[in-house]
Design a protein around this ligand. Structure first.
Ligand SMILES: Cc1cc2nc3c(=O)[nH]c(=O)nc-3n(C[C@H](O)[C@H](O)[C@H](O)COP(=O)(O)OP(=O)(O)OC[C@H]3O[C@@H](n4cnc5c(N)ncnc54)[C@H](O)[C@@H]3O)c2cc1C
Length: 723
């Protein structure tokens, strides 16, 4: 195999919803991506729960992480752009998906696997008091909160479950088991509108499940018409109106997403009509799978098993659609083996007209579920092209290093190389921005760019904007004029325009929120996406530089550290999806307020970026001729950062940054490793007079801006003492 430039992108495939079918499509795509196609996954959450293990989680047999498919990791493996957002519309004319909180996304081929909800919107009080069993993630969250509350207050909860089908009965048994093992046997009532429960199961299974319900002392009410839900419980029509409850769950409704009604897609009772190829019956290039789809040729009940079975056909057809080839057919099976858990580690089968039961059925179910989940656990080796046989000395090492090169600030040239290459003088210290004099007036001027850390140009642009603004805020200035410099990866002309739209929207939103906008720039095409900005800043008082810190000053920091580590870990499929999303949100938090609040008092100010907290603190200490005490445990860390540091995950720039440890008094540990972690959009690091500490901390609190006191300045040659 030869090393070639990346191939241009000519087609966009968007997977809407991280449901079961799409999770499997992503896994297959990771093994064989289609050259020329950019894959995008859109879901409001970084993790999608697997339905088969939900009752086991409710019963306490599984941890939450056991049933979660990490969409961040899966997207990384598939080389997909992951957009954490909720679709609110689809314009099938212009082929764009409208999102709740960011600009629309274009598609050439679209696949929809967004599930359904078991919310009962028409029921009075439902919006305030009903917890739908679907979406599963929100339900799992609500259940764990109820368990925690019950344990804290040592009270057995009263629970009502609406709908006594398989889902409702399985949940009721799981809940009863969990509450019993906690020593808080609550009162659980199953309410069914029909004359009988478990209508979709065979008589043998039904008999056994009835016996299980009786054993678990779960009350069953049939023919019950629900009038509404209040804080006190569920009100029924009839003589015995109130069933008291503090937790009311709906396992009854199957409500398709309402916004689909506003699209031009053909629907059957709100579900997307698809033909044998899983393509919309009236809109080419749009496919649907799982619960949200209606199989016009062969309607089936809403069950995860169909989403799973559709995945291979869906995968082939999406590729075929992108490549202009003919589509294959999906033939759903007539029936399937249901394994229904009974709370304890036992289960009952539902097939062949009989219900076999016992712990062996649970073990079988557990084996099937664990095997399904194993596909999504652990990391996946990416194929690496071989080097040519004949090559110059040194190429192997550089190629190896480049293969693992981090994006964002982890891709910076290290400080000692800058010192040598730019003849910067011994300590290599430059301030965050250049100070430009215009007559009596002073202005600051800075430039910064980021190598993309993700295929999501909108998000990279946002992060790059905050990152570049950091240098302006770090001088105590307010941003004034902005020029963009953009290198686009290889794309067709149409995709170039689309990516530019995403970039200008992401960066534009951020600059506008910070009081400025992009007035021009320059764009070219290169090997990979790189976004940067040159910004001038207005000063209302003399610029705050690195020089000026005095013994006795207090050292403060305005954001937690660990972004380099989390970005590196995400790239290597080691980060938790939730932690990674939290880190991104933290990166996108502007520092304009923090700069404004620190400006009048700070004696020295910088932003923590590529050289890490220690490196940027040394910039202040070197320029000011002082030393610092750092209180290690007071330094705020991003969620997940310490865990990853303990696993020895490090950003590419870490070894160069850690050379500063020779100037520090410390005992090395995972926590001290984080002091050398390069930061993207890091917080402001300031020294403030001790006398101003209370006032500044108060002002930050009133403005709802986070700030941490992490140490103080002492006399002596530049050195960091850790305590
Ligand atoms: C208690 C219970 C137990 C069950 N047990 C079983 C079982 O044992 N076997 C079985 O086959 N079935 C079972 N089911 C049914 C099963 O849960 C569903 O059939 C299955 O989850 C459907 O999968 P899906 O791929 O259609 O979508 P889902 O798994 O529901 O996933 C939909 C995804 O789309 C995302 N999404 C939603 N709206 C949007 C939007 N607007 N924009 C972007 N993304 C969006 C969601 O965040 C979610 O990640 C059970 C259901 C319940 C309630």
């Amino acid at each position: 195999m030869q090393l070639t430039r990346p191939l241009p992108i000519t087609r966009d495939l968007v997977l809407l919803g991280g449901g079961h079918a799409h999770a499997l499509v992503l896994k297959k795509w990771a093994m064989a991506p289609l050259p020329g196609a950019q894959l995008t996954l859109i879901d409001p959450n970084p993790k999608a729960p697997y339905t088969g293990m939900l009752p086991g989680y409710v019963a306490g047999h599984y941890e939450r992480s056991d049933l979660e498919i990490d969409l961040v990791r899966l997207a990384r493996q598939a080389g997909a752009r992951l957009i954490i957002d909720r679709a609110v519309g689809i314009d099938t004319e212009t082929q764009r998906i409208e999102l709740q909180s960011r600009p629309a996304i274009a598609y050439d081929t679209l696949s929809i696997d967004i599930g359904i909800s078991s919310m009962l919107p028409a029921l009075p009080g439902a919006a305030q008091h009903l917890v739908p069993a679907k979406p599963l993630g929100a339900f799992a969250e609500a259940w764990s909160a109820l368990v925690a509350r019950s344990m804290d207050t040592n009270t057995a909860p009263k629970i009502v479950i609406l709908g006594a089908g398989v889902g409702g009965v399985e949940l009721a048994l799981a809940m009863a088991h969990r509450l019993n093992t906690l020593g808080l046997p609550g009162k659980i009532t199953l309410i069914e509108a029909g004359a009988d429960i478990l209508r979709e199961t065979n008589s043998g299974t039904r008999r056994k499940l009835r016996a299980e319900l009786a054993r678990a002392q779960i009350e069953v009410r049939t023919d019950a018409m629900i009038a509404g839900i209040t804080e006190a419980g569920v009100t029924l029509d009839g003589d015995d109106p109130l069933v008291p409850a503090s937790f009311v769950v709906s396992a009854a409704g199957a409500t398709p997403h309402a916004w689909l009604q506003d699209t031009a897609l053909a629907l059957e009772q709100g579900y997307i009509c698809v033909d044998r190829t899983l393509q919309s019956t009236n809109t080419p290039h749009v496919f649907a799978a799982g619960d949200c789809a209606h199989l016009t040729h062969s309607p089936r009940p809403k069950a995860g098993v169909f989403a799973v079975r559709q995945a291979p056909v869906l995968y082939d057809n999406l590729r075929a659609d992108l490549g202009g080839k003919s589509l294959g057919r999906f033939s759903p099976q007539k029936s399937y083996l249901k394994l229904i858990s009974t709370g304890r580690k036992s289960a009952i089968t539902d097939k062949w007209g009989i219900g076999l039961s016992g712990s062996w059925v649970w073990r079988l179910k557990d084996h099937i579920d664990q095997k399904f989940m194993q596909q999504f656990q652990g990391t996946m080796e990416m194929p690496v092209p071989n080097l040519p046989d004949e090559r110059a000395t040194g190429l192997d090492q550089i190629v190896d290093a480049h293969a693992n090169q981090c994006g964002a600030c982890g891709a910076k040239v290290d400080q000692s190389t800058l010192v040598q290459g730019l003849s910067l003088g011994k300590d290599g210290t430059l301030d965050d921005a250049a100070i430009v004099k215009l007559g009596d007036q002073e202005q600051v001027f800075s430039t910064d760019h980021l190598r993309a850390f993700s295929p999501d140009a909108y998000m990279v642009a946002k992060v790059a904007a905050v990152h570049a603004l950091g240098d302006i805020w770090a001088m105590g200035a307010a941003p004034q004029a902005v020029l963009a410099h953009i290198i686009l990866p290889p794309l067709s002309a149409e995709k170039q325009a689309e990516m530019l739209r995403q970039i200008t929207a992401g960066a534009g939103e951020m600059f506008e929120a910070c009081g400025t906008n992009i007035s021009g720039g320059h764009t070219s095409v290169g090997a990979e996406l790189t976004i940067g900005f040159s910004i001038t800043g207005r000063l209302d008082r003399p610029a705050i530089t690195h020089a000026g810190a005095k013994p006795g000053d207090v050292l403060v920091l305005t954001k937690p550290i660990g972004t380099g580590l989390l970005l590196a870990a995400e790239m290597r499929q080691l980060a938790d999806g939730g932690d990674y999303q939290a880190a991104l949100a933290n990166m996108c938090r502007p520092q304009a307020n923090a700069s404004r609040l620190l400006g009048p008092q700070a004696t020295a100010l910088t932003d923590v970026t590529g050289f890490g907290l220690a490196g940027h603190l040394f910039n202040i200490l070197d320029a000011s001729g002082v030393a610092a005490n750092l209180t290690l445990n007071e330094i705020p860390l991003l969620s997940g950062a310490l865990d990853l540091a303990q696993q020895d995950v490090k950003s590419t720039l870490w070894p160069a940054n850690s050379a500063q440890s020779s100037r520090m008094t410390m005992t090395a540990s995972a926590r001290t490793d984080l002091l050398f972690d390069p930061q993207t959009c890091g917080g402001l690091l300031a020294t403030i007079p001790a006398a101003a500490e209370a006032e500044i901390m108060g002002a930050f609190q009133s403005a709802n801006e986070p700030i941490w006191k992490i140490g103080d300045i002492t006399p002596g040659p530049p050195h960091i003492f850790l305590r």
